[in-house]
Design a protein around this ligand. Sequence first.
Ligand code: G3H
Ligand code: ZN
Length: 286
Amino acid sequence: PFVRGTELFQAARKGHYAIGAFNTNNLEWTRALLQGAQDLNVPILIQTSMGAAKYMGGYKLCKALIELEAESMNITVPVVIHLDHGDFEAAKEAIAAGYNSVMFDGHDLPFDENLEKTKEIVKLAHAKGISVEAEVGSIGGEEDGVIGEGELASVEEAKTLAATGIDFMAAGIGNIHGKYPSNWKGLHFDRLQEIADAVDLPLVLHGGSGIPQDQVEKAISMGIAKLNINTECQLAFAKATREYILANKDQEGKGYDPRKLLAPGTKAITDTFKEISGWMGTRPVK
Ligand code: G3H
Ligand code: ZN
């Protein structure tokens, strides 16, 4: 069921819906996400940050884990194994490991260097049938050590970056990683519209957790085809796990059996995936 995702996300942009890009951290997380996608019969992109890949034991292990879990679960829906916010070296490593798709995040480089390195990654990736996401402007906040200023994407830079041959484009439009502050002003829809008019590629909305549903739906109607979600699953997992531990702390065998302990959090991730996929209008596969 493994695909590079280019055609799926192009169809999503054309059809005005989005496909979820969910971060994984371990075996349970991966299984929970695959289960959600299979239950709904929708495609899924499963991504590892550089930090998560390091935690899990490297890109080869991540790829093998996702593939073998999908095989043992008889997953039939399309799955994209993707590197999230990779630097130049990480993108090359993930390509060598055989990921289906990589994000090269050059937001912290001068734009010309971001452009040159993106071109190089596109060349390496496309030679192996791997798709590429690149970023213009930046995403505010922090995710797994990747920090951004929340710089609004420039339309000119977006056009130039699109010409490198990338498959998907992430743009800074007021979106933030992690929880949104209470004084957040919302997404910059005017800029999103300008970028969508100038660039025909599937657009990516990072920092998808915590954006009000009406703003997500509006952004999708304007060209967002990939919605990145990480924090929402972490919150759901932590809440369900905490509740289970508190409720069962005195029960022999239940309180400390790791498989029982991780089950409620795992289910909470599947439920979160299903809820958000509903908002996104992700189309079932035929
Ligand atoms: O790259 C991953 C996403 O942008 C996740 O952001 O943790 O705010 O949902 P989030
Ligand atoms: Zn992100």
